[in-house]
Design a protein around this ligand. Structure first.
Ligand code: GN1
Ligand code: MG
Length: 356
């Protein structure tokens, strides 16, 4: 879409949220693979204001009202019931001071947040201190939000991290195709089959239902630009009941990987051991009281599952013609799947253990 058309669109949406806001400029934020996100800057009754405006992907989030319910439930709980919660809280902007937060226009769903100033996020972690901060940020978030009852949250994407169901779906999908695959795809398919067995077994066990973020990439923590301390947990779209392994798993997947998501080389190595230890300690410390021994025992194994699940999801999307994740070039989902598989195999080789 041309820049001018986009600007007209954004103005129209913004006028419905905040009639007195005058848009001056905007920037597209490119980090997510699913929603379209804009940093909008302008004037509101003489005051300079910045917001984050998002167009939700309704093919993925088919019930945006329910996504909004979960976010508002979480943010209101942290605001009203957790006076000791140390970070900023993302509350969506209410439309014209109502208790509605979504603008629907056919298939489109728009929502808005205050822009968190003086912050930065890290796509790659390079120091133990950074890893400790990221781990702690999610640990603290989970410790607080799990004072609430998981029953207050609805499932927005059923079986989102259910390996058993996704693996079965993947096998059925392959069985219904008569394709010949190239070497890379064949390697990925057979490696997925090989590593899947342990996770099918793990998922036979029952673990407590937790309120979890479900997308704990390192860059979903905003850090203070100067001090580097955690400032805000963002991207609460997939916040819903699940197990603790999902959230530890996406931390392993993103913090242990010194490369971009689609660039882990075949002979790549994980981040240094002390960074790994710092992440784990940072995450577990705030959760000492909450987690059961069983959750701790299976934390690393359960966490690794998320990287393998991601291989499967990227590969399936590649084979289906890139219908789910946004891509910047043809073949990117295959690159993502291969990179995540090399990362996964490095985690297997490394035999990560919980520090004392
Ligand atoms: C998607 O759009 P983004 O980057 O927040 C995906 C996550 C994946 C991630 C992989 C709803 O998140 O599950 O882990 O890409 N979100 C959804 O980088 O599928
Ligand atoms: Mg996300």
């Amino acid at each position: 879409m041309a820049q001018l058309d986009r600007e007209q669109d954004l103005k129209l949406i913004l006028s419905q949220f905040l009639p007195s806001f005058q848009l001056q400029s905007f920037q597209t934020i490119e980090t997510g693979h699913i929603n379209r996100t804009y940093h909008v800057m302008g004037d509101e009754s003489g005051v300079d204001k910045h917001y984050l405006l998002q167009n939700l992907n309704t093919n993925v989030f088919t019930r945006p009202e329910v996504v909004t319910h979960n976010i508002v439930q979480c943010s209101a709980f942290l605001q009203n019931r957790c006076p000791d919660y140390p970070y900023e809280i993302l509350m969506p902007v209410a439309i014209n001071e109502s208790d509605q937060y979504l603008i629907r226009d056919g298939k489109n769903a728009w929502r808005m947040f205050d822009f968190i100033e003086n912050s930065k996020s890290l796509d790659q972690i390079t120091t133990s201190h950074e890893a400790a901060m990221i781990g702690e940020a999610f640990g603290v978030f989970l410790a607080h939000i799990n004072r609430d009852d998981p029953k207050n949250y609805q499932i927005t994407i059923p079986d989102f991290h259910n390996f058993t169901k996704r693996y079965k779906g993947f096998k059925d999908f392959l069985a219904n195709r008569q394709e010949k695959y190239d070497d890379k795809v064949n390697y990925l398919i057979s490696a997925i089959h090989q590593y899947a067995v342990q996770y099918l077994q793990l998922e036979q066990m029952t673990f407590p239902s937790r309120i979890i973020h479900h997308d704990t990439k390192a860059n979903n923590v905003l850090l203070d630009k100067e001090s580097g301390n955690p400032k805000c947990i963002i991207d609460l779209d997939t916040l819903m009941p699940g197990d603790i392994f999902s959230d530890f798993g996406d931390l392993m997947r993103t913090v242990f990987n010194p490369y971009e998501e689609d660039k882990f080389p075949e002979d790549g190595k994980l981040i240094d051991d002390d960074v790994i230890t710092s992440l784990i300690r940072g995450f577990l410390n705030p959760l000492k009281q909450l987690l059961t021994n069983n959750e701790k025992t299976y934390l690393i194994g359960g966490g690794k599952k998320i990287t393998l699940l991601q291989v499967l999801r990227f590969l399936e999307d590649h084979l289906k013609g890139d219908i789910y994740y946004q891509t910047e070039y043809a073949g990117q989902n295959l690159d993502r799947a291969l990179s995540q598989m090399f990362l996964y195999e490095e985690m297997e080789r490394k035999k990560i253990i919980l520090p004392e």
